[in-house]
Design a protein around this ligand. Structure first.
Ligand code: GDP
Ligand code: MG
Length: 443
């Protein structure tokens, strides 16, 4: 997501940084570029206008042009305003002081309500040992009930359903009774959607709300739909007074408009983001981290959290020691590859590392699973001594490894080079050189 916007903003900032002194005309040009970049990313027109005005006023008001490093100060103003536009603070989920906490999931058809219901129930189960119950209140398509039942089976959470013949409000009423009897601490109501907002749907949702008094009404919106997502959010919010937003499909090819507009337009916080189809692909929304990601400064903290979630902690600690002691070898490299393979697409991981997102070297990185298999084949063709001490890999050893792994020698050479780059990068990171913001604002 956001590649186009990131690229344009970085280009603008690079131009600015190349100038020794920044004139008023330079500032005007920069602000025009930022304005165009945001509009092209499908950010709401009013939001763009306000954004540009605020940054310009602050730049002028604080005399940044006369100060030290005006370019970097402007970048910082843009970063801070991005954070503010997306809400400044993290917005935690509401929790009732008596059980159950009731979470009503709303949104258009296909936005990701049912998937997100499963993801969030799993997250609460894993993090708080929660015992959720899911209520199937989308009765318009038999497949919708089946889908929720399947989601429940996958995450081992019970589902209350009555098929498709009963009235959704009655289903919710009986589902809540079951939750009280069973002492479930969370109840999710998976409601129906439509292709567009219509009166009948809104009335049904209002009736469910009136009956259930949800602690949280989450609106699930598809980030790929840009300004439509924002308009939808306004419509739902008007009728239901939602309490939070979940932006889904941020793993896709979205330009950024929804993420940057929806908070400012609706006044309601983005609480969670969906970044994939798997049940684990749901993350807390952090405005500051999202701003770094948009500016291409990497999302180191999210990467660290993702790694912690997916990698055995003891193993991670061992790896950190090796990086610190600079004894990282091919055995560790292959371990890392296997872990990365289990973590999801390599591109996603690499994009979160500061400096990597727009690094031309990215284009040469091994990113597809087939390449990872080739790399593993090459490493498995090395002797134990070679794996532990990559420096001994002379041309004749490389030829032997190539023959053994069925890969051309150039592939072997490329892989060794990549290993050395990774080792160097890790070495730098271990010296504390992995704060993207510092890197960008520092020298
Ligand atoms: P609903 O109609 O609102 O209940 O939407 P669903 O939960 O059925 O989701 C519609 C489609 O979007 C499904 O194919 C989901 O797998 C997919 N989906 C949901 N969330 C995400 C996400 O964060 N990323 C991606 N790539 N796909 C998602
Ligand atoms: Mg659904």
């Amino acid at each position: 997501a956001f590649e186009g916007l990131t690229e344009r903003l970085q280009k603008t900032f690079n131009n600015l940084r190349r100038k020794g002194k920044v004139t008023e005309a330079d500032l005007r040009d920069t602000m025009r570029e930022i304005r165009l970049a945001l509009l092209e990313a499908d950010v709401n027109f009013q939001v763009v206008k306000q954004f540009v005005k605020t940054v310009r006023d602050q730049a002028v008001g604080s005399d940044v042009l006369d100060g030290l490093n005006p370019a970097q100060q402007i970048i910082k103003l843009v970063n801070d305003e991005l954070v503010k536009t997306m809400g400044s603070e993290d917005a935690p989920l509401n929790k009732s002081d008596h059980i159950p906490t009731i979470i009503m999931m709303t949104g258009l058809q296909g936005a990701g309500k049912t998937t997100t219901t499963g993801k969030l129930a799993l997250k609460l189960k894993n993090e708080q040992n929660a015992r959720p119950l899911l209520i199937a209140a989308d009765v318009y398509r038999p497949a919708a009930v089946d889908q929720l039942v399947q989601v429940g089976q996958r995450i081992d959470v019970p589902v209350y359903e009555e098929g498709t013949s009963a009235n959704p409000v009655d289903i919710v009423k009986r589902g809540l009774e079951v939750a009280r009897e069973n002492h479930n601490d969370y109840v999710f109501i998976d409601t129906a959607g439509r292709l567009q907002i219509d009166e009948a749907l809104m009335q049904e949702l209002a009736d469910i709300k009136a009956l259930a008094h949800p602690d949280e009404i989450l609106l699930v919106v598809d980030a790929m739909t840009g300004q439509n997502a924002v308009n939808t959010a306004e419509g739902f919010n008007e009728k239901l007074d939602i309490t939070g937003i979940v932006l889904t499909k941020l793993d896709g090819d979205t330009r950024g408009g929804a993420a940057l507009s929806i908070r400012a337009v609706t006044g309601k916080p983005i609480k969670l983001v969906g970044q994939g189809e798997k049940m684990e692909d749901l993350d807390v929304f952090h405005p500051d981290r999202m701003a770094s990601r948009i500016l291409g400064m990497g999302d180191m903290l999210t990467l660290i959290e993702k790694t912690q979630r997916d990698v055995d902690e003891k193993q991670a600690a061992e790896m950190a020691d090796k990086i610190r002691e600079n004894t990282f070898d091919f055995n560790d490299f292959v371990d890392q590859l296997v872990q990365v393979q289990n973590m999801g697409p390599m591109e996603d991981i690499m994009k979160m590392i500061p400096g990597m997102a727009n690094n031309p070297a990215m284009k040469n990185m091994n990113v597809n699973p087939k390449d990872i298999e080739h790399t593993k084949a090459i490493i498995y063709s090395m002797t134990a001594a070679e794996r532990e001490d990559p420096d001994i890999l002379n041309p004749s050893r490389r030829r032997r490894i190539a023959a053994g792994s069925g890969q051309p020698v150039v592939e072997v050479n490329r892989m060794i080079k990549q290993f050395n780059q990774m080792k160097k990068m890790m070495n730098q990171m271990s010296k504390g050189n992995f704060n993207g913001m510092e890197g960008m604002l520092g020298s």
